[in-house]
Design a protein around this ligand. Sequence first.
Ligand SMILES: Nc1ncnc2c1ncn2[C@@H]1O[C@H](COP(=O)(O)OP(=O)(O)OP(=O)(O)O)[C@@H](O)[C@H]1O
Length: 733
Amino acid sequence: MSSEPYDTMEDDGLDLSLNLNITSSSRQAGKRDRPKVKGTRKERIKQRKQIKFHLQKEKESTAEQEAQHKPEKRRKGSAADAEENDDDSPPRKLAKKDDVAFRAGAKKAGSDVISSLFRHNPEIPAVKSKGVKGVKEDLFASTKFSDLPLHPHLISNLEEKMKLATMTRVQQMSIPVILREKDVLIKSQTGSGKTLAYAVPIVHTLASLPRKVQRMNGSYALVIVPTRELAMQSYDTFQKLLQSCVWIVAGCLMGGEKRNKEKARIRKGINILVSTPGRLLDHLQHTDCLTLHKVQWLVLDEADRLLELGYEKDIAQIVSILNERRGEQRQTILLSATLTAGVERLAGMTLKDHESIDASEEGGEHSPADSVGRTDGDTKNSMFSLPEKLRQQFVMVPCKLRLVTLAAFVLWKCKMQPQKSKMVVFLNTQDSVEFHHQLFTQVFNRHPAKQNLCDEDHLLKSSRDTKQIQALDLFKLHGDMAQKERTQAFQEFTAASSGVLLCTDVAARGLHLPRVDWIVQYTTPGATVDYIHRVGRTARAGKQGNALLFLMPSEAGYVQELNKQKISLSEVPMKDILMILLRAIHDLPQQNRDTTRQMPRTYEEASTFMQDRFEESVLRDESLQTLAAKGYQSFVRAYATYPSHLKDIFSMKDLHLGHVAKSFALRKAPSNLLGAANRGRSKSKGRKWDGNPRLKFDADKTKFNRFQKKRPLSSVTVSEFGSGLVSKKSITA
Ligand SMILES: Nc1ncnc2c1ncn2[C@@H]1O[C@H](COP(=O)(O)OP(=O)(O)OP(=O)(O)O)[C@@H](O)[C@H]1O
């Protein structure tokens, strides 16, 4: 998708000639012809081990596919069939029909490997989730904004226009401290109103200045946030607050926008400037008209995320430029829903004689020494508080059934119910988001992309399928989308009353997506902080919310891992979700339904039917095939990047590559696919992974960086931004 990753790999000057694809050719070529491995002796040994491992995997996968294929051949009248059909298998009548249809379709597409969904799956273990008591945090305080000595215009705006009278606990605790001009480190659960906790005192102070603030005075407050969407959102909050004092001007700068346009706005004067760090630093260094001599506040929102994204150096540079031009007389405010050792480090770098505010029951106001004591080490020792009205569940799904189970859940909650849900589905890579978005659009809605409706929309409106086409709104969001498309998706999903947003962790932090009632984590986050932030997109500001975590049987240990962090989940049986397909498949647009075919009568039949639709769509459409191959490839690679303390749970050894392929609606053996995934990439850009464990895969950008030893292991995750392995340029530039 992006060319940047491959350029970066070239820069590394490493031997990138080995990858999963090459292992297959090396197998055929024999030992002597194996690709040469370079590097030190230790590196060479590691690389060879890697090759051996993948060869073994591949052998296993091929063996299984052969094993599955043979009985199908014998099935015609063979007595052995009855024995082979276990309880879970689709009834023989349908399986036979399926075989014929599959083979016809597969033959056309030059492939004949079709495996059953309900056979050769690992057993689903019985998982005991402890009913642990979470850290409690009362959301609302008993006091109102009007109880504080705030500017009367501001209070009337909050109460009458924004309809917010009672403060949340974090606002009640933070606003007075910020008004006292103390540096402060604020921790409070997701969706508890941290933005207003710093925005209200800033606007109050500016509105109360004896001499009205002028645009030409330049910036009084610099607010730094990690992502563009969060920048837009924080800017929006300031805009709402400033309705009562229109002479104060807020502005937003972020990567992806034209610099010259931004310079023109800066020249006119921005009093409250919200920005992503890279772009702010860029302007501080190159935009002379950015006036800083009045800066009174520096706000670092989602502080831990800023660090994980590798912005520490940028922030240090911003602080040093501010010190140079303005001196050190300013107040710094750091905010996060989760405190990590990294945040403490950032606090040490930016705060002076600060107070720490923790809105959870175990928290309160602390001296700096207290707070350091409570968050020693990495995030494993931090206490997380989750919204009280958040219901957390998990579903244990064998790899092969992942795709149909996700489809069933999405259809169930966002299409089949009278009260359609608004759902965010987190996936681990951009390629995976692209694939699932296009696949679901094609199979459920029949038109290629919601954004490109225009003429097609007109045509479709007159078709019989209009009802279905409008029934499921699909959105996507990831860091490799063009800024315009990204903003549009964010705004459209924000405004939507229902629908599904397929996204990477770019949407995991800080974003307030109104009315979201379901968070689905289709791929498991590594660090618990990522889990907390993802589920925090629902159950916000005291509302009800639900979260569902997908786990494969081999990943069952993750439930206990969450229990250790005082997070408890209940199980939803996979069957309960798949049952919905019995109804859902009747609603599929006609072209995705073979009307001559017998309709399924059991959930297994319905699941197989749905999987067929997906696989046939992929076989029919070459672009979808390429997306599936890329999605598959990036999934496997991302799986190798879980933090070391979770490697036992998320082990590459337990990952069946053939089953992973199935979860990307692919029938071909995985080793053949990598060519498709790399198709279209120029030779110079299409460099491949050499399996070198010293290189970490960047799950979002299909990019590898050298493993940064200094980074705490807890921060190395498979999330888009969670690992901090993403180049910050890729996010803001
Ligand atoms: N006092 C209040 N009463 C009711 N709703 C509020 C109040 N303050 C803020 N909100 C609403 O709560 C929602 C979440 O606020 P905000 O995005 O600031 O949360 P947050 O704590 O920053 O979350 P995150 O940690 O996920 O970034 C917003 O819609 C906001 O309007």
